[in-house]
Design a protein. Structure first.
Length: 592
């Protein structure tokens, strides 16, 4: 606990292993140096924001978590575990509810439920009560108390809890300006502060009071508190603070209250009645640790050994992870209006619009320039529809990916391969629909081989553009990506061979044409349309482009090879997909 900026989240990120750079020292677990990689499998980090897939129901989300985290168990065992967790967390009646339709408290509970599937012995929570009303806060903390009673270690940051919630915590670690100002039992916070002359008023929330003290509302006492607690080296339960060395606890109330009186100085106006009340509280609260253990309600610890050896990194094989994530991604696509239905509608609508605009010009020698404009527009349309939708949707997946990958749900390879493959069938269907409409409406050559060549070039351009979107989406956020991706595409368009023929480009800039995937797509469709054709229809007395070879000469494509264009597009596709994976891995590491 602590005021804003005290270092709570930073400390929690260090303890979880989410932050591994820019610090020094050791973290011990059951007396042994913690191995971060092994520890991540034994722990779960539930972040402040509920990072959930809104297109899944509660039941579907739990089944995915079970398949990824406890894949070795049978279907019946997984179902039993899911039912027990949902019943315990009060979500059994919401199994068929979409996670996007849950209330704030229910979203927090489903976030906990997803991590409970693997029954981790250590669970971290960052502000579990943020955004919840008082009733939901109490339910959430009661749930954490129940989980702790089951043998788990529950560690969480919390921002000024009510007195009712504050009493539910066993151990308190308070931060101020990056220093520890209190560590120990929540019940002993008030006597500790009173001993330093900081008397919490009657009926005042102790949690609010320590925050007020840390913020300096009663003067600057941070250094005094830090020295008294040894910056976290002492624990109030053993009484080793302010000179008291009795490790069995502060059983002498007079010694305690005398220390309090002396430390508060001449101006200490604490009444005798209050001192008497403090004496009784000290006698009651500062009991030996042995008695605390005897009266504990914890059933048994889930983790007694220092650090389990040979822990599997994931709960399932990478191949099985791939199929689970692929199935989930296909389900997302089917339910996502933007990814699926709007794209389908846009491809069909624009297909008919372009078909009507360039109707029946493909075999007309007098309209070759318009037909070349049609070929270039195809590249433009397929590029932007494939690229922008990925830039908009992929970064939205990042928070969920960060959480699930950190909590060891799956490997990055399995995830990336699944999401890469999941959209290819849909992109293929949309592209085939669009190309079929425009190809035959514009009267391009009625030849199956030429249609196949035309379609293949268009498909590869859309796949490469989607790869560009993945690279940009993995490397930056939505705002930067939406601006930079179109700007970065301008050179590819300029050097595509449509605006300037290749022989007219200055030699020192000609190398850019070899990087332009639009150039290869445009060249491939032009070759599919015009190469090895005898002549075009000419309704006028003279048509300059009556012979297709003339068109290819103007475009400087006489010696171009269709197979080289396809090979180049495939090469760029592979390079960009690898680059997107490397950017994604870099981003995951930089966020940890």
């Amino acid at each position: 606990m602590g005021p804003s900026g005290a270092g709570k989240s930073t400390l929690l990120n260090i303890l979880t292993g989410y932050k591994t750079e820019g610090m020094k020292g050791q973290i011990l677990m059951n007396g042994a140096v913690r191995d971060t990689s092994a520890f991540r499998k034994l722990s779960a980090y539930i972040m402040q924001d509920n990072q959930l897939h809104g297109n899944l129901t509660v039941d579907e989300a739990m089944k995915v978590a079970a398949q990824l985290k406890i894949g070795s168990k049978t279907k019946t065992e997984k179902e039993k575990i899911i039912n027990e967790i949902l019943d315990t967390l009060g979500l059994i009646d919401h199994r068929s509810t979409m996670t996007s339709g849950l209330s704030g408290g229910q979203k927090k509970r489903i976030s906990i439920a997803l991590e409970l599937v693997s029954n981790p012995p250590v669970m971290f929570f960052d502000e579990p009560t943020s955004g919840l009303d008082s009733s939901s806060c109490f339910q959430c903390i009661s749930l954490l108390k129940t989980l702790a009673a089951g043998g788990r270690t529950i560690i969480c940051t919390i921002h000024q809890p009510s007195a009712r919630l504050f009493e539910m915590f066993d151990q308190l670690y308070t931060l101020a300006d990056g220093y520890c100002v209190y560590q120990g039992s929540t019940k002993q916070l008030v006597p500790f502060l009173a001993n330093l002359g900081l008397q919490c008023p009657s009926y005042h929330n102790p949690a609010s009071y320590i925050i007020e003290v840390a913020c300096g509302e009663y003067g600057n006492h941070i250094r005094k508190l830090e020295n008294a607690i040894g910056n976290g080296k002492h624990d109030i339960r053993d009484g080793s603070f302010l000179g008291f060395k009795d490790n069995n606890g502060l059983n002498n109330a007079n010694e305690y209250t005398n220390g309090m009186t002396n430390s508060s100085g001449k101006d200490n106006n604490i009444s005798k009645n209050l001192l008497s009340a403090v004496e009784k509280k000290v006698e009651k609260d500062f009991t030996p640790i042995a008695n605390e253990k005897e009266n504990a309600t914890v059933e048994s610890s889930l983790l007694n050994e220092p650090m389990p050896k040979n822990q599997p990194r994931y709960g399932n094989t990478e191949l099985q992870q791939f199929f689970v994530i692929l199935k989930r991604a296909l389900l997302f696509s089917r339910r996502d209006w933007t990814l699926m239905y709007l794209r389908l509608f846009a491809h069909i609508l624009v297909g008919f619009l372009i078909g009507a605009l360039y109707f029946n010009i493909g075999n007309d020698g007098s309209k070759v320039l318009s037909n070349l404009g049609f070929l270039f527009f195809n590249m433009l349309f397929l590029m932007y529809t494939s690229m922008t939708i990925t830039i908009l949707s992929f970064p939205l997946e990042m928070p969920v990916l960060l959480k699930e990958h950190f909590n060891r749900w799956y490997s990055l390879r399995s995830y990336y391969l699944a999401i890469t493959i999941s959209d290819i069938p849909f992109q293929t269907i949309f592209c085939v629909l669009y190309v079929t409409i425009v190809y035959f409406m514009t009267s391009q050559p009625f030849d199956l081989e030429r249609f196949g060549m035309f379609l293949l070039a268009c498909l590869l351009v859309s796949f490469v553009a989607q790869s560009v979107g993945l690279v940009v989406g993995a490397a930056m956020n939505v705002q930067n990506g939406v601006f930079l991706a179109p700007v970065m595409s301008v050179p590819f368009l300029l050097f595509s061979g449509f605006f300037v023929s290749f022989d007219a480009i200055p030699i020192y800039l000609r190398w850019i044409t070899y990087l332009s995937y639009i150039r290869y797509g445009f060249e491939g469709t032009a070759l599919a349309t015009y190469k090895n054709r005898t002549k075009l229809d000419c309704p006028q007395s003279y048509c300059h482009f009556k012979y297709p070879s003339t068109t290819l000469e103007e475009l400087d494509m006489v010696n171009s090879e269709y197979s080289l264009d396809i090979a180049a597009l495939l090469g760029i596709f592979v390079v960009l997909r690898i680059a997107a994976f490397l950017f994604l891995r870099w981003k995951l590491r930089s966020n940890h």
